[in-house]
Design a protein around this ligand. Structure first.
Ligand code: ZN
Length: 177
């Protein structure tokens, strides 16, 4: 609930910045409902930085993918062959996004997962570029673009989270005892 409060505060700020006081007032009365809708809106995230700030933190390729919704060339990610136990974190803000147990070989050339590590780890929006509607997926915390979700994945979810490897950082499970 801490997170919802934060988002509501941000909604109120945005209201003051020109979205209109009606929207801000609505956020007070609709609470969680409005917060969830706002999460998918570009720019309303827990971690907000300017492009200049992101450029300092990310490589040129990461910036192109994560902040400009670019796509890495297929078969270029070292993570394609990563088979160890662990978690795949957001390359920009380090939030755990995907678990190794949900990774599979989609033979598409991009790291693929059947689901995120937690339901609220990622956010989605409809992407109408390329003359079709695709489901864009991004980090819930910083808004960094990750890839797209398709409905041709394997069981149990039938989903394919097709993720740019440069948007992920693999963190191996601690196997030392
Ligand atoms: Zn992130």
């Amino acid at each position: 609930m801490q997170e919802n409060k934060g988002l509501n505060r941000r909604n109120l700020l945005m209201g003051g910045l020109g979205l209109g006081t009606a929207a801000a007032t609505t956020s007070i009365f609709l609470g969680g409902f409005w917060s969830n809708r706002s999460q998918a809106r570009e720019g309303v995230f827990e971690i907000v930085k300017t492009d200049a700030e992101w450029r300092k933190l990310l490589t040129a390729q990461q910036f192109s993918v994560m902040r400009q919704e670019g796509t890495e060339r297929p078969w270029t990610s070292a993570l394609l062959n990563e088979k160890r136990d662990g978690a795949y974190h957001c390359a920009a803000c380090d939030l755990p996004l995907y678990a190794s147990k949900d990774k599979y070989d989609s033979r598409t050339g991009w790291p693929s997962f059947t689901r995120p590590i937690a339901e609220n780890a990622v956010g989605t929006k409809i992407d109408r570029k390329l003359f079709m509607a695709r489901t864009e997926v991004h980090c819930r915390r910083c808004g960094g673009h990750l890839g797209h979700i398709f409905n041709d994945g394997p069981r149990p979810t039938g989903k394919r989270h097709c993720i740019n490897g440069v948007a992920l950082k693999f963190v191996a499970a601690n196997t030392s005892s």
